[in-house]
Design a protein around this ligand. Sequence first.
Ligand SMILES: Nc1ncnc2c1ncn2[C@@H]1O[C@H](COP(=O)(O)OP(=O)(O)O)[C@@H](O)[C@H]1O
Ligand SMILES: [Mg+2]
Length: 461
Amino acid sequence: MATGISTGTAELRDITRMERIGAHSHIHGLGLDERFEPRANSQGMVGQGKARKAAGLVLKMVQEGRMAGRAILMAGPPSTGKTAIAMGMAQSLGSDVPFTMIGASEVFSLSMSKTEALTQALRRSIGVRIKEETEIIEGEVVEIQIDRSLTGATKTGKLTIKTTDMETVYDLGNKMVDALSKEKVLAGDVISIDKASGRITKLGRSVARSKDYDAMGADTKFVQCPEGELQQRKEVTHTVSLHEIDVINSRTQGFLALFAGDTGEIKPELRDQINTKVAEWREEGKATVVPGVLFIDEVHMLDIECFSFLNRALENELAPIVIMASNRGMAKIRGTKYKSPHGLPADLLDRVLIVSTKAYEPEEIEQIIQIRCDEEDVKLSPEALQVLTSMAASTTLRYALHLISCANLIARRRKADVVDKDDLRRCYMYFMDEKRSVQWLKEQQGNLMFEEAEDDNAMQM
Ligand SMILES: Nc1ncnc2c1ncn2[C@@H]1O[C@H](COP(=O)(O)OP(=O)(O)O)[C@@H](O)[C@H]1O
Ligand SMILES: [Mg+2]
C-alpha cells in the first residue's frame, strides 16, 4: 500500500500562504545582528533583549537542522512580547521551514480527540523537502491549431513547437487546449510544459519575433529560442508538511480538504505508511526532513493528558521544535488538583529550556507605541505620546496599543490629523483596563450574576 503515497505537490504549489495582519503586523523579524546580538530597535522589535537573543539561538539551531524534539517555554507576565517574539521567529525562518501556531484551547474541539489535534499540529510543523525529476517540454511555439467539435464540448488541436535544432508537432487534448488559452499562448511565445501535470509556463516572447508587433506591453520579456532537445529532465525541490501528505492521502478529495480545513481524524495506519515511505525516500536520497517549529500559545490551557502526550511525542524521531508560552505563575495543572510552576507538570518542565520575558522600561514602551502608530498610520502629538506611555506603565502595553486606533477615530471626528492627549483621555474614560474593571466590580458587589467562588483556582494573570 505504501507505494501509492502521493505528495500532491502539483496542487500544493499553487497555495500561497496568507499574510498575517493585526496585533503583530509591525513585527518583521527578531531584529538581531549577524552575531545574534539584539539591536535596540529593529524589524519592529524593541527591548526584551535576552529573550530575543535566546529565540535567535533556537532559530539558528533549527536552521542547521541540529535541534529536533526540543521544547522551549516562554514565561512572563501578560503583554511582555511572548507571542510577538514567536511571530518574529516565524518571520526569520526560511520560507520552506514550517511554522505552526496554535492556541492551546484549540486542542479541545468536538470533532477531534485532543491527541489527534496535537498530532496534526505536530505533523504540520515537519516539512519534507522532496527532490523530484520532472520532464518538461521547452521551446518556441510555431503554430497552434485548435479544432472545436460542433457542440463545442470537445476540443482537440495541434501544437507545433521548436528549438533551434528541432521542431515537433504535438496532439492536444481538451485540458491542454484550455491551459493554452488560459495562458494566452500565441505563436512566437517561448513556453515550458510540465509533462506530468500539464502545467504551462510562459517564459517570454522569442527575440526573433520581437519586431512582429509594435503594441507590446512594457513588461513583455524577450528570450532566446531554446537550443537542443525539446524534451528535458529537470530537478525541482519543494517542501510539503507531513500533515499535508497525510490529508492528501487520506481521502479521495484530499487536497480540497486542506482548503476547507475539515480534515477529520486520520488513521494511525495511514500515518505509519507515510512515515515508512518518507523514511524510504530519505534513504534513497529523494527527500530530507525539515523539522520546523510548533508554537503553542497559552500552553497552561492544555490538560494533563495533553502534557503527557507531548512528553512522549517529543521523543519521536519525527518531532518538531515545540515552543510554548505561558503567563501563569504557580498554577493548577489542568485536569489535576496539583499546582506546578507555569501550570506545566514537572516532568515536562524538566525537558524545556525556559526563556523569561520581563516588563518593559518606559523608553521601550514609548518606542513600541511609536512603531504601532506608524504601522496604523496614526500621528500622536508629543504630549499624547507621553500620556499614552504613562498609561501603558499603569495599565498594560496591550491596553495602551489598543487605545491608538480608538483615539484616532475620536481625533478624526473633530477633523484633526494629529491625536491629542485629550483624545486619549476620552478613550481612557470609555474603555476600562483590567485594574479599573476589577475596582468597578467591587463597587457593584452583588449586582452582577455569578459571584466568584472561593477557590484557589481563581484566575491569576
Ligand atoms: N519587544 C517588542 N517590540 C515590539 N512590539 C512588541 C514587543 N513586545 C510586545 N509587543 C507588542 O505588544 C503587544 C502585546 O504583546 P504580546 O506579544 O501579545 O504579549 P504576550 O506576552 O501576552 O503574548 C503586541 O501587539 C505586540 O506585538
Ligand atoms: Mg500572547
